[in-house]
Design a protein around this ligand. Sequence first.
Ligand code: GLN
Length: 287
Amino acid sequence: MTPVPTDNQIKNWLDWSADQLSSIIDDPRQEAKWLLSAMLNCNLSELQLYHSEISKESAEKFEQWIKRRSANEPAQYIAGWTEFYGRRFNVTKDVLIPRQETERLVDVAIYTFQELDHPRLIDIGTGSGCIAISVAAELPHADVKGQDISLTSLAIAGENAALNKLSNVTFVQSDFLNDYPPRPIYNGLLMNPPYIPEDEMDSLMAIVRDNEPVQALTDHHDGLTFYRHLAKYAEKWVFSGGWLIVEVGLGDHPQKAADYFRTNNFSQLEFIADFNGDNRVLKVQVQ
Ligand code: GLN
């Protein structure tokens, strides 16, 4: 075991960190470097080029961070932020860590709505606000609303909109499964709902299960509650001719989710694959 460094040489601190993390992650040095650069507020190449020593204070803080990471806490929660669609998002344990797969949903939303002059869009279960904010940033003429049942999530989403200097996105508290607008007012509805079935929660990776908000992961049922509800009530939200763009899970989950739309007579159904070739986005047109 490499002992805790007694000096302030970055190289020694990275050696120690890599050793601490080697049993829980594949590329421990890379992750240690990311954490250190996040702490010093620089990027990885700046870390390499300009930094060889850290202050005593930073070294103490870094030691704590690596201890947290070796107790299997995600690096993004430790640093307090992550990147999504090329932008920075603050994250705490109250919100899901934005995933790379979800960037595909943002791509689909952009190409679906870019031709409209002033699209009005809603992001259900906005969490950190990553979807709503990315779409609002890429489509400056859009008017995007993010809603969530959790007030703590909404506070973080609001913080992220300010961090990204956006004024065409707003956030509101609402319970999707029990409320809907008085009349349909949206051209599109975006959603990355909690879709892990309750009985798969135990087999989820421990780092996810033990750290991320349960409410953002599972519907405590079959992982299909939000799709079932949307297939039934879509026209309460979205104008006729508008689009629903939702993330789906793995295995038979995409087909099961799509079946609710098929049996509710939605005609235009399309799956869009992520970069691994998995169908991760379902796009459906409202009649
Ligand atoms: N919309 C947020 C995201 O995609 C949160 C999703 C959720 O909490 N299920 O990351």
